[in-house]
Each structure stands twice: as structure tokens, then as C-alpha cells.
Design a protein around this ligand. Structure first.
Ligand code: S3P
Length: 443
């Protein structure tokens, strides 16, 4: 189990391209595997989580070739790459071309792999068992089991937790009102909907990330969006595609906050996805007083992309809740770090979902920021954080959660001595190369 040691050296200056988007990389493999023919995915996130998705579809007979583990997009110096973006060729088998896997499918740490696979497996004429690591085995799966059972699939599990055995069959369409704003739930139902005769629809209380919808449309699916309801007509065939994955905004977030909190910093983050369902953090930080500029806005493979320029800014505490929560759901750990260094109090509410991520992110951030001298009040659905000018160095644990590990590494830049963070192998689930980039940017 590795650990990292970090201390304040000076401002962060320079540019970086974060690793390819994790959510989009998963979906690229899933939809291309279900399409009929050859797809090419460039700048795929060659990291543990999306590799679990590749492993799953290979186990079900899809030929997936890793042509290169290096990104060829855009032409940037290797030193400024985050992670390794690969070129992947997928020979899709069509909606009905998957084979029964031999043995259990291991989803590793990846909730997206497991939940989206539940939707795909629901439509297959076979059974398959999905398992995961210790963290994934604690995460709630009832949220996908319930609607997909209504559609006609049969699940076996120990009180709604992995491992899960899914037995697929002839599905019937449903109109589902999801109690949570979750892209994984929405996507799992839409994927199962591809196997129904008729129209399946999902409504959510607030809008969650819409990558599945964008990619399904691009693959020729008959999909409509009406407010917070997404509907798909089943039994159409999906077309193969060529696409380039943008850099992951959720990985960019660590360097956005680092550039803002460390005095004297100026950082340019290139090719970041700025899908409106993902960038709540920009709105939040701007209302806290951050200087953030989006430059060179463009569209890449149906997703909005920009270069994000940030400079050191004095932040002030605010109240955060409502529909900003799902649009920044993965950014709360790093947002807590920004709040810990803002003037005054920041109150986060409506974020109960954070308790069922790779770790309980409310409890984890409260405990670890307290070790660094921050006054934190834990709420059932959020936190109240009292900002300070400087943090205390400490021995930090990651809870095996990549986003806690990276957030606390950024917090360590503002501590008065050396901070160690233990159990940091988890960083590789989404951001191989994180520590090297952080070292390179520090002056
Ligand atoms: C994801 C959706 C979100 C997010 C996760 C990735 C996705 O989870 O937290 O990291 O790729 O669909 P929920 O659907 O549980 O909100």
C-alpha cells in the first residue's frame, strides 16, 4: 500500500491536460460493444475503472483491441499528460451478440461498471454474476435492482449489495420516477430499455450527467429528452462510432482548486470536458470569488470542451445545495478543501449521496480536515466548514477513495509542514500520473 508525502513549496504554475473522462470512457466501451461493427475510441482512459468495463465485455465475447496506450489527442508534450489515453478498437456484437461469461465478472472499484452492466445483463438470455472490491461490495445496488426487476430481470443478492447475480430475459418497458438524481441509475434503465419493445422512460429529481443520452443519440438510438425525463425506444440497432474522449473535468477539479488556493498560482487546464451537467464546481467557485476563465470553447465528439484558466483567488464561504449538487457530485471532496481555506463558513446540504460513494465522503472529509485543524460540523446530508488561512500538517488516510486521496493531497499544499497520505494506490482508478503532475507544477 503506497503513501505520498506533500508539503508547500511555492505557487503552482504551468499547464496540464488531465486524464481522459472516466464516465465517457466506460460508456464508449459499453455502447460500442452493443453496436454492430467496428468502433474506434481515441483518448480512452487507460486506468483501472474503465479497464474493468473492458474486462467485462471481453468476458462476454467482445473483441476489444488496445492499439495504443498513449493519447494521440491533442499533440501535447508527454510531460503534460495526465494518465495515459489509449486508442481502443471495439468490434461490437450488436444488442443480442453477447455470450454468457465464464466465471464472475469483476467490477473492481467501479460502481459505474456494475450498475450500467445491470442494465445490459437484464436483456441477455443468460445469467451472470457481478462482484467488486471491498468498497464496491458496501455500495447500494437496490437503486438499480428495483427498477430493472420491474422490467422483468431477476436479481440475486445479499440485501442489495454485491455480489449480484442477474438473470436476463424478455423485458417490458417502464416509466420510472427515480428517487435519486443518479446517472448510473438513469443509464442502467436506458440500457435495459434498449431491449424492450416500446418506450422506457426515466425521470429524475434533478438533472444528472447526460453522457449516456448524448452517446445513445450519436449511435442512432431513438431517444428523447423532455425536461427531467429521458425516454428511449427499444429494439433499434446501435451504429458503431469513432470518437475522442475529452479530458475529465472531475480530474481537472483538483488542479482548478489547487491553482485557486495556493498564493501566486496560475494554472491552465487543457481540453477539459465542460458538459453543463458536470461543471457545477465552476459556478460554485465563482460565487465564492474565484477567478476562472473558460478559453477556446469547442465541441469534441458531441461534448463541450474548453481550456480552463485559474489564478489564485481569495474565496468566501457560501451555502451550496439544490440542483448544483448532482452537477458537482464528484467534486465535493475537493470543494471541501476550497471551503477549508475560504473566509467564513461554507454550508453544504442536500448531498446525502456522498455517504454512498467509494467511501462515506462526508465522514471522510470531516475527519481528515479536522486533523488539519479545520472546524467541521457533519450534517446528515452535508457539512459546515469554517475556513482558515493555513492548515496544519497531519497524517491523513484515504479510505481507499481516489478522490479523498487527491483532495487531501491538494489540502497538504496549504499546510505548515509535511503531510503524509496513506493508501494512495486508489488514485490509479481515475488519475494515473496525478502525483507527477502535482510535482511538476510546483515552483
Ligand atoms: C457516474 C455517476 C455518478 C458519479 C460517478 C460516475 C457515472 O454516480 O458519482 O462517479 O459515470 O454515471 P451516481 O450515478 O451514483 O450519482
Amino acid at each position: 500500500m503506497s503513501q505520498i508525502s506533500i508539503k508547500h513549496k511555492g505557487p503552482l504554475r504551468g499547464e496540464l491536460t488531465p486524464p481522459p473522462d472516466k464516465s465517457i470512457s466506460h460508456r464508449a466501451i459499453i455502447l460500442s460493444s452493443l453496436a454492430e461493427g467496428k468502433s474506434i475510441v481515441r483518448n480512452f482512459l487507460y486506468a483501472e475503472d474503465p479497464l474493468s468495463t473492458i474486462g467485462a465485455f471481453r468476458q462476454m465475447g467482445v473483441e476489444i483491441e488496445v492499439k495504443s496506450q498513449k493519447t494521440d489527442y491533442p499533440p501535447i508534450p508527454p510531460s503534460s499528460r495526465g494518465g495515459e489515453g489509449g486508442v481502443i478498437i471495439i468490434n461490437g456484437k450488436g444488442l443480442s451478440g453477447l455470450k454468457e461469461p465464464k466465471g464472475e465478472i469483476d467490477c473492481g472499484n467501479s460502481g459505474t461498471t456494475m450498475r450500467l452492466l445491470c442494465g445490459v445483463l437484464a436483456g441477455q438470455p443468460f445469467s451472470a454474476t457481478l462482484k467488486g472490491d471491498a468498497s464496491l461490495s458496501r455500495r447500494p445496488m437496490k437503486r438499480v435492482i428495483e427498477p430493472i426487476t420491474q422490467m422483468g430481470a431477476v436479481f440475486k443478492s445479499e440485501s442489495g449489495h454485491p455480489p449480484l447475480t442477474v438473470t436476463g430475459g424478455q423485458l417490458k418497458p417502464i416509466r420510472y420516477k427515480s428517487p435519486v438524481a443518479s446517472a448510473q441509475v438513469k443509464s442502467a434503465i436506458l440500457l435495459a430499455g434498449l431491449y424492450c419493445n416500446g418506450i422506457t422512460s426515466v425521470s429524475e429529481p434533478e438533472r444528472s450527467r447526460d453522457h449516456t443520452e448524448r452517446m445513445l443519440k450519436a449511435s442512432g438510438a431513438d431517444l428523447t429528452i423532455d425536461g427531467l425525463t429521458v425516454s428511449v425506444r427499444g429494439r433499434a440497432k446501435l451504429d458503431p462510432f469513432e470518437m475522442t474522449v475529452p479530458a475529465d473535468f472531475s480530474s481537472a477539479a483538483f488542479f482548478i482548486v489547487a491553482g485557486i488556493i495556493v498564493p501566486g498560482s496560475g494554472v491552465l487546464i487543457k481540453n477539459a470536458g465542460i458538459n453543463p451537467t458536470r461543471v457545477g464546481l465552476i459556478e460554485i467557485l465563482k460565487s465564492m470569488g474565484a477567478h476562472i476563465r473558460l478559453e477556446n470553447k469547442r465541441e469534441v465528439s458531441g461534448e463541450p470542451v474548453a481550456d480552463i484558466s485559474v489564478t489564485h483567488s481569495q474565496l468566501s464561504g457560501i451555502e451550496i445545495g439544490g440542483d448544483l449538487v448532482p452537477r458537482s457530485i464528484d467534486e465535493f471532496p475537493i470543494l471541501c478543501v476550497a471551503a477549508a481555506l475560504a473566509h467564513g463558513k461554507t454550508k453544504i446540504t442536500g448531498a446525502k449521496e456522498l455517504r454512498v460513494k467509494e467511501s462515506d465522503r462526508i465522514a471522510a472529509m470531516a475527519a481528515e480536515l479536522r486533523k488539519m485543524g479545520v472546524n467541521v460540523e457533519e450534517l446528515e446530508d452535508g457539512l459546515i466548514i469554517e475556513g482558515r488561512e493555513k492548515l496544519k500538517s497531519a497524517s491523513i488516510q484515504s479510505y481507499g477513495d481516489h478522490r479523498i486521496a487527491m483532495s487531501m493531497a491538494i489540502a497538504a499544499l496549504m499546510a505548515d509542514g509535511e503531510t503524509t497520505i496513506s493508501d494512495t494506490d486508489c488514485i490509479n482508478t481515475s488519475f494515473p500520473g496525478f502525483v507527477e503532475i502535482l510535482e511538476r507544477l510546483q515552483w
